[in-house]
Design a protein around this ligand. Structure first.
Ligand code: GSH
Length: 215
């Protein structure tokens, strides 16, 4: 399998964690999101993903899949063990719901192209852009923290004591929060679970700084 990847991409980071948890080997093809105005915008890459986003996974049969959650669900269906979703429809809905707080409601607002639009087209000052970035993280983490604190299914990980899709989304988002100096003091459960995940080699190996294209 081939993963179109970028070390600092948190959506690609999710897929790297899932591939590692499943024990799957893959070839990494770096798409530099900043160099040359962003290699994701090249005609070559847009013929692979017209959305001009990483990640994109290409299977050994040459089929390509875009969107990190679709890729992870594909891996879950084709390589069921270890499971990244729990038994039971309600439990799976909980995990997907936690994951979606990050993947649908935080991350898209803070994506590179959104930040570039704020600064480049709307002339938003750099400190206001950072405030925007942190605001949406705090909004999402406030809700996530309450749920992780109050819901019985929370364990060493977001759901029980093994990593799931929720942790796969959480860890890259915490990584970005720390990178942008978010104050994590109000988020003890998020921080605890993040620390537990990072003790796991699948997460550690997927960290941005451990990627071949990291600078
Ligand atoms: N919903 C997509 C989001 C993918 C995404 O936002 N990728 C970012 C990197 S984390 C990207 O390629 N951004 C390029 C840009 O904004 O120009 C997914 O989950 O795969």
């Amino acid at each position: 399998m081939k993963l179109y990847d970028y070390w600092r991409s948190s959506a690609a980071f999710r897929v790297r964690i899932a591939l590692n948890l499943k024990g799957l080997s893959y070839e990494q093809v770096s798409v530099h999101l900043v160099k040359e105005g962003g290699q994701q915008h090249s005609a070559d890459y847009k013929s692979i993903n017209p959305q001009a986003f990483v990640p994109c996974l290409v299977t050994d049969k040459g089929e390509s899949i875009t969107q990190s959650l679709a890729i992870i669900e594909y891996l879950e269906e084709t390589v069921p063990a270890p499971a990244l979703l729990p038994e039971g429809a309600l439990q799976r809905a909980r995990v997907r719901s936690l994951a979606d707080i990050v993947a649908c409601d935080i991350h898209p607002l803070n994506n590179l192209r959104v930040l570039q639009y704020l600064v480049g087209d709307l002339n938003v000052a750099s400190e206001d852009k950072n405030q925007w970035y942190n605001h949406w993280i705090y909004k999402g983490f406030d809700a996530l923290e309450i749920r992780l604190a109050q819901e019985d299914a929370t364990g060493n990980f977001c759901h029980g004591d093994t990593p799931t899709l929720a942790d796969i989304c959480l860890v890259p988002q915490v990584y970005n929060a720390l990178r942008f100096n978010c104050d994590m003091v109000s988020y003890p459960n998020i921080s605890r679970i993040n620390d537990n995940c990072l003790k796991h080699s699948a997460f550690e190996k997927a960290l941005p700084e451990n990627q071949p294209d990291a600078v």
